[in-house]
Design a protein around this ligand. Structure first.
Ligand code: AMP
Length: 524
């Protein structure tokens, strides 16, 4: 039986693990590192580079190196998150004909799914090289706040890479699974996950080997990169004061400064002071300019304190949604590299009035949890039988006068299936539009549109008489299927949502066909 790999496809770094016996073990990449930068670079001579090698040459090739594509996957070109990305990334973003965001590399237009598939294909090749076996199946993790489009787009990326996704699970849930292997007791857990790009807080209840997510909350635009940006802004400011030169529009220098800033930030989790040395960062008529700057841990804390404190109201909301207070939390688990920052740990420890668990490496824990989930699927692990998750947003349909009828409430345990009866508003109406929405606002127009379909051929009848049963079904991966049925005739019409986003099935199949997998070392 070939192994199933667990994949943490992160914003900045990705990680793979498998189950060795019944213990999760992280698989090193082809460079021997346990985590792989989620970076893809297209060289001028047509090569595609992934991971460390892509990240290393990002400085020389910033416009053709795609990083943090997870911010873009399943999103619209004009969404606020993509607006924010446009300001930050050195590569070019363009709209697809359906409004999705795409990446332009020279004359090539590439979907975020394809970029992610290249990362996944590389990780698959790493696992195959390490285990000496073909890998066809995976459990893949996504942030708890990923909506239906983002989950589907992630699955599409895996499919293009030649991986069948057996299960999509939330990252904090995976972390708890990894942790649960060691903690065989009943407790309530808060998972604080701050990686490179996103922040999630999840409240879970673990009872007799069953993980039940009580609530999730977070900020899809709060992560380690924001900390890096604060250091970058400080360095630019200091450099401008000293040299009079503004490097903020110089993409090449900025990339170097960003890398140095991130390195300094990591070091300051272990030392109290570090130096940032960037020789020959600029040149003017007086000669070469350099950045030689000392940065202390205290200064870093000053620069980033508000970012850490921004998480507190989000945690309070998650606790309120779970009808709990900090004192009800038995364990706090930290996930994501940014949680290594001592001040962050201190703030979280004070909030929960307990030391967070740090026993498992915060960069590896999610992939390890995904590997545990693969063991549950294969029947290798039997003491953790079930995994329950919740919907991060309410889901419903548009009704009369911009109304919104929620069908599945936020924080409902999935998988779930709910049916609600609707009727017509006009006499002899032969068609109704089912407009599927996601969000919490009572006005339909203020929520996110997930798609729509028309139920046609209704029996002519006075307004309010026909009964149309609308069923929302969310599977274990968090993917939504909506169907409508006219009760009077009993005629069931199975309907597909025509998503206004994402790649079509045909496009995904064509990309899989074209996809060039990474050759295993030593194999032709
Ligand atoms: P992840 O997406 O979980 O791999 O998290 C990566 C983020 O964690 C990046 O923003 C890193 O800069 C950050 N990170 C990694 N190691 C450390 C560290 N020792 N101290 C602070 N931040 C770190």
């Amino acid at each position: 039986m070939s192994p199933i790999i667990g994949i943490d496809l992160g914003t900045t770094y990705s990680c793979i693990a498998y189950l060795n016996g019944n213990k999760p073990e992280v698989i090193p990449n082809l460079d021997g590192h346990l985590v792989t930068p989620s970076a893809v670079s297209f060289t001028a001579d047509g090569q595609i580079l992934v991971g460390n090698v892509a990240q290393r040459q990002a400085v020389a090739n910033p416009e053709r190196t795609v990083t943090a594509v997870k911010r873009l996957i399943g999103r619209k070109f004009d969404s606020p998150e993509v607006e924010e990305a446009k300001k930050r990334v050195p590569y070019r973003l363009v709209p697809a004909s359906n409004g999705d965001v795409m990446i332009a590399i020279d004359n090539q237009i590439i979907s975020p799914q394809e970029i992610s598939s290249l990362i996944l294909s590389y990780l698959k090749a790493c696992a195959e090289a390490y285990l000496g076996e073909r890998i066809n199946e995976a459990v893949i993790t996504v942030p708890a706040h990923f909506n239906d489009h983002q989950r589907q787009a992630t699955k599409d990326a895996a499919y293009i890479a030649g991986l069948e996704v057996l299960r999509v699970i939330n990252e904090p849930t995976a972390a708890s699974l990894a942790f649960g292997l060691e903690a065989n007791k009943n407790c309530t857990v808060a998972v604080f996950d701050m990686g490179g790009g996103t922040f999630d807080i999840t409240i879970l209840e673990i009872q007799d080997g069953i993980f039940h997510v009580l609530s999730t909350n977070g900020d899809t635009y709060l992560g380690g990169e924001d900390f890096d940006n604060r250091i970058v802004a400080w360095l630019l400011d200091e450099f401008k004061k000293e040299s009079g030169l503004d490097l903020s529009a110089d993409k090449f220098s900025l990339q170097r400064i960003r890398e140095a800033a991130e390195r300094a930030k990591r070091e300051l989790s272990f030392v109290l002071e570090t130096e940032i040395n960037l020789p020959f960062i600029a040149i003017d008529e007086t000669g070469s300019k350099h950045i030689f700057k000392k940065l202390s841990r205290a200064k870093l804390e000053d620069l980033t304190r508000d970012l850490i404190w921004k998480t507190i109201p989000l945690i309070e909301q998650a606790l309120a949604d779970a009808r709990l207070s900090p004192k009800n939390i038995d364990e706090v688990i930290l996930v994501g590299g940014q949680t290594r920052m001592p001040y962050l740990r201190q703030v979280i420890a004070e909030f929960f009035n307990q030391e967070p668990r740090t026993g498992i490496d915060p960069d590896l824990i999610v992939a390890m949890g995904a590997a545990v989930q693969s063991g549950i699927i294969k029947g290798q692990i039997t003491d953790l039988a079930l995994l329950l998750d919740v919907t991060p947003f309410s889901l419903g349909i548009e009704t009369e006068n911009d109304g919104y009828q929620v069908i599945i409430e936020k924080n409902t345990t999935i998988p779930t299936r709910k049916t609600m009866a609707f009727t017509t508003v006009e006499h002899n109406q032969v068609r109704v539009r089912i407009h599927v929405l996601e969000g919490e606002n009572p006005l339909a127009s203020q929520n996110k549109s997930l798609g729509w379909f028309d139920l046609i051929g209704l029996e002519p009848a006075p307004a309010g008489v026909p009964q149309i049963d609308v069923t929302f079904e969310i599977d274990a991966d968090g993917l939504l299927r909506v169907s409508a049925r006219e009760a009077a005739t009993g005629r069931e019409q199975s309907m597909e949502i025509h998503y206004a986003a994402g790649l079509s099935r045909g496009e995904v199949a064509a990309l899989k066909e074209r996809h060039r997998p990474f050759a295993l070392p030593g194999k032709k």
